[in-house]
Design a protein around this ligand. Structure first.
Ligand SMILES: [Zn+2]
Length: 309
């Protein structure tokens, strides 16, 4: 997701409790708000909630690997959350895609990790964005880029770390043109980045190369091979499993089929004849993704979100 949303704020309010007694007795510096909450997902795999996209944490024998990092200002609190789980050094930082609520902490964390890893298009878009910034504010670019600029080209990178494997997969354009799914086979766990929204309607960022049909195809693909019992960290929403992913696939395919059944109609008219009550897990947001913007992007039009003048 591109912006700090009310969903993120609500989540932040829900998770405002201090992480430990130690933290409770220390004056919190303003740059380190205690908003993070850690949930164990699987053996050696954790999800850290805060503001913005969900963060994954993998702990190996000697290292930690972080998946996404939310916002720059939240990094001190994020590191404290990581330290509540492990004191091992963070070796790699993986970016699931390039939106600021997933990569905003890169600029700080690059000094603490061996390498930041992302799809080639994430690096490319970050370079373009950073060219507009004061040079002192630039930084945090991925050093290791997988895939090519052609987002339809599938790409894979296997990380072998202390005997553990971490699989990075790019399956095509979806939420953006640089999405990466992170699989942790030993933990039967996966971080799907913003290819998976749970609790709110999915955002397809057309301006960043996203594609609705591509998203549907990717979700259907993962749903076809993900093992029973797997645990999934979505980009936004609670940690879940295969059951929720299958529902998400069915939901996306229902939206796709509804668009095809109403050719030539505008998105508002198509949305008006869809039954949202059948899909209570996905709620619209008047200031972000509405049913109309979803049906618009599913029809191959519009940016995928509300744009206010
Ligand atoms: Zn995103």
């Amino acid at each position: 997701m591109r912006v700090l949303t009310a969903f993120g704020l609500a989540l932040a309010v829900c998770v405002a409790a201090p992480l430990s007694a130690h933290a409770k007795h220390r004056a919190a510096p303003p740059e380190a708000p205690k908003i993070h909450q850690v949930e164990k997902v699987a053996e050696n795999v954790y999800c850290i909630f805060g503001q913005g996209g969900n963060i994954g944490l993998i702990v190996t024998a000697k290292h930690a690997v972080l998946i996404d990092d939310q916002f720059e200002r939240l990094v001190p609190g994020l590191v404290e959350a990581v330290r509540s789980v492990t004191d091992k050094p963070i070796k790699y930082l993986v970016n699931t895609h390039g939106h600021p609520d997933h990569v905003g902490g890169n600029v700080v964390l690059e000094k603490q990790v061996s390498a930041i890893i992302a799809h080639a298009n994430v690096r490319k878009r970050m370079v373009t964005e950073q060219a507009k910034l004061d040079p002192a504010k630039r930084g945090g670019l991925p050093e290791l880029a997988l895939g090519s600029e052609d987002p339809t080209e599938r790409a894979r990178l296997n990380i072998h770390l202390d005997g553990a494997e971490i699989h990075l997969l790019h399956l095509g354009p979806g939420h953006t043109d640089g999405d990466v799914i992170v699989g942790i086979p030993s933990g039967l766990a996966m971080h799907m980045g913003d290819l998976f929204f749970l609790g709110m309607l999915p955002y397809i960022d057309v301006e960043s190369g996203g594609n609705f049909d591509g998203l549907v195809a990717q979700v259907a693909s993962v749903a076809s091979w993900i093992p029973d019992g797997a645990r999934i960290i979505p980009g936004h929403g609670p940690v879940c499993g295969k059951k929720e992913l299958l529902r998400y696939r069915d939901f996306l395919q229902a939206v796709q089929a509804h668009v095809k059944a109403h050719p030539g109609k505008d998105a508002a008219a198509v949305a008006a004849t869809f039954d949202p009550a059948a899909w209570p897990e996905w709620k619209p947001r008047a200031d972000f993704v509405t049913w109309e913007t979803l049906f618009s992007v599913a029809s191959g039009k519009g940016p995928g979100r509300v744009i206010r003048p």
